[in-house]
Ligand binder design. Structure first.
Ligand code: C2E
Ligand code: MG
Ligand code: MG
Length: 581
């Protein structure tokens, strides 16, 4: 420290020495005239790094954008050049010992009789910067995996889109990754295992990608990757396959081996997009293609999907209208006793008499009804109409007095509070007997509502209604629920019947399912009986009930009435009809 510049120097010196900020005074040549203790602690190697004279500096000064400053841009040189500094954020990076400090620099040139030519005050703001960084991390990152969250990902997409102004040819890909069966794992193995799984998947994604690639967790079991600067679009496909292989490796979570797979939708950009949300939506649509048709594990969005999406939107709008304009119809597919081939009931299957597209099958609209919640009014209409029609037939055709009707109910319907009361109300209004009604639900319903549904099913059963698992064997094939839930009947999926005559393994499965059902006291209905061979095989397995094109396709009510009238005319009543299960 040099001599004080004026007679009151001791007092000023004492004041400056007790300031909490670093104070530096230099002469016109940049030589240090004064520095207090905080300055010496902050700049152990002297002021050369700031532009002053002295020993070569052991630290570097960077600006707020992390660019290294040199020469006339260094703070002391700017002051000596006549500029003032006001709260400028700078970064001091020391190499030995390695440390960084965020500082603000405020200073001015000094014009006076003494030697002092510039005053610089530095404030260490590292703690505040760290706090700010923590807040940003929390606001823009997923707390579980540490990955960027949806907000940050959308922001990065926005920046990527902005790049197209200068670089219209640049090729990028957005990968939308959805884990298959995550919900099953979460519900069955517990949320801790679910969390561990997500952390592990995030780590696997990181391990597959360069550090500069943005990977985000969008929420739940959805992740996204933004791949910038690709050479060709096949880079994205190669990467999707690589990610899939990494995710499909078994995981050991809390001593349990867990397997998951991923569906990946790819949307190439950014030239085709005006907004980040459109881009993300298309990758999502591409991903859903796989869920609908899982022959590939990745799918690239193309314009035909946009056409499909438009059709989907159109269908949604029309379906709302259809519910009000009575365009829905029920067809009834006979269920027969395999031994006698006598009909003992029907499955009610919804159709839509579309004003321009003709008669639509459920495959064309049920998933849209599910996705939009329209399945709820649709489902109530189906139940009420099936009960009404069956009751009308009971009065018109005494031979149908014991026929049952099976109605499909979707998972969404089970979210309603007053489900049981509504069913009861429909039975009361139509006069149809509860013990002739069967409700078909798929394994997915049990997965979606695993905790809450037992009560509801028990209440439905208490009304006298029979409960049936539909498409058995296609879902999660967890047999445990057959014990836990109060089912009366299993409906074996068509895929088992289809191949059982050629595929020995399928036959074995079929055999064990029938045996299992017997042991649990459940009835079995075989779906998709198309040939006499299927029929013979099922009879040999002692499966009692069947449904399929061999006996009849689903029929419009008029066709059912014609069939019944013909039977009466031929005096070939299907009676005596025994109550099916
Ligand atoms: P599901 O409940 O498994 O119904 C059986 C489906 O298999 C029907 O298709 C039926 O026509 C078809 N099928 C029956 N026998 C054969 C056969 O021998 N060979 C072949 N290839 N197919 C056969 P559909 O009517 O197209 O219905 C498809 C699905 O739509 C139904 O599958 C059910 O999941 C859903 N669905 C139909 N109606 C309703 C409804 O009212 N509500 C709800 N939530 N879903 C419904
Ligand atoms: Mg069904
Ligand atoms: Mg089925």
């Amino acid at each position: 420290m040099s001599q004080p510049p004026c007679p009151d120097a001791e007092m000023y010196l004492a004041v400056l020495s007790h300031l909490p900020h670093a104070v530096i005074v230099v002469d016109a040549a940049g030589a240090l005239l004064f520095s207090n203790a905080p300055a010496q602690a902050l700049l152990p190697g002297g002021v050369a790094g700031l532009g002053g004279c002295g020993e070569p500096s052991s630290y570097q000064v960077l600006d707020g954008h992390h660019r290294a400053l040199a020469g006339a841009d260094l703070p002391l040189n700017r002051l000596l050049g006549g500029q003032c500094l006001q709260d400028e954020e700078l970064l001091l990076v020391a190499s030995a010992p390695a440390c960084t400090h965020w500082i603000t620099a405020t200073g001015r040139p000094l014009a006076g009789p003494g030697q002092a030519a510039a005053l610089l005050v530095l404030q260490d703001i590292s703690a505040a910067k760290q706090q700010e960084a923590n807040l940003l991390q929390q606001a823009f990152h997923d707390t579980l995996t540490g990955l960027p969250n949806r907000d940050l990902f959308m922001d990065r997409l926005g920046h990527a889109l902005a790049r197209t102004h200068d670089q219209p040819q640049v090729l990028m890909a957005l990968l939308f990754i959805d884990l298959d069966r995550f919900k099953v794992i979460n519900d069955n193995l517990g949320h801790q295992v679910g969390d561990d799984l997500l952390i592990e998947i995030a780590a696997r994604l990181r391990s597959q990608l360069r550090p500069d690639v943005t990977i985000a967790r969008l929420g739940g079991d959805e992740f996204a990757v933004l791949l910038e600067d690709m050479a060709t679009s096949s880079t994205a496909i190669d990467l999707a396959e690589q990610i899939q292989a990494a995710i499909a490796q078994p995981l050991l979570l809390q001593q349990q081996e867990v397997y998951v797979e991923a569906s990946i939708g790819i949307a190439l950009g950014p030239a085709a997009y005006k907004s980040a949300s459109d881009w993300l939506r298309d990758a999502d649509v591409a991903m859903y293609q796989i869920k609908d048709n899982p022959s590939h594990a990745w799918h690239v969005f193309d314009n035909s999907l946009r056409v499909q999406q438009d059709l989907r939107l159109r269908t949604e709008i029309d379906l709302r209208q259809a519910l009000m304009s009575n365009e829905l119809r029920l067809h009834y597919q006979p269920i027969v006793m395999l031994n006698t081939e006598e009909i003992c009931g029907f499955e009610a299957l919804v159709r839509w008499q579309h004003p321009t597209r003709g008669l639509l099958l459920p495959g064309e609209f049920i998933h849209i009804a599910e996705a939009t919640g329209l399945i709820i009014p649709l489902g109530w209409w189906v139940l009420a109409e099936a009960c009404r029609q069956m009751q009308a037939w009971t009065l018109a055709f005494p031979a149908m007095a014991n026929f049952t009707v099976s109605v499909n109910m979707s998972s969404k319907q089970f979210s309603q509070q007053n489900l049981v009361e509504r069913i009861q109300q429909i039975l009361a209004e139509t006069g149809f007997s509860a013990n002739r009604l069967k409700i078909e639900i798929t394994e997915g319903v049990l997965i979606d509502h695993s905790d809450s549904i037992i009560d509801t099913l028990e209440q439905i059963k208490a009304l006298g209604i029979k409960l049936l698992v539909d498409d058995f064997g296609t879902g999660y094939s967890s047999l445990s629920y057959l014990h836990r839930f109060p089912f009366d009947c299993l409906k074996i999926d068509r895929s088992f019947i289809e191949n059982a005559d050629q595929d020995f393994e399928k036959l074995e499965i079929l055999q064990s399912v029938v045996r299992l059902a017997w042991n649990l006291g459940l009835d079995v209905v075989a779906e998709g009986v198309e040939t006499t061979r299927h029929h013979a095989q099922l009879k040999a397995l002692r499966c009692e009930l069947g449904q399929g094109y061999l006996f009849s396709r689903p029929l419009a009510p008029t066709a059912i009435e014609a069939m019944m009238a013909e039977k009466i005319a031929q005096r070939l009543d299907p009676a005596p009809v025994t109550q099916a299960s």
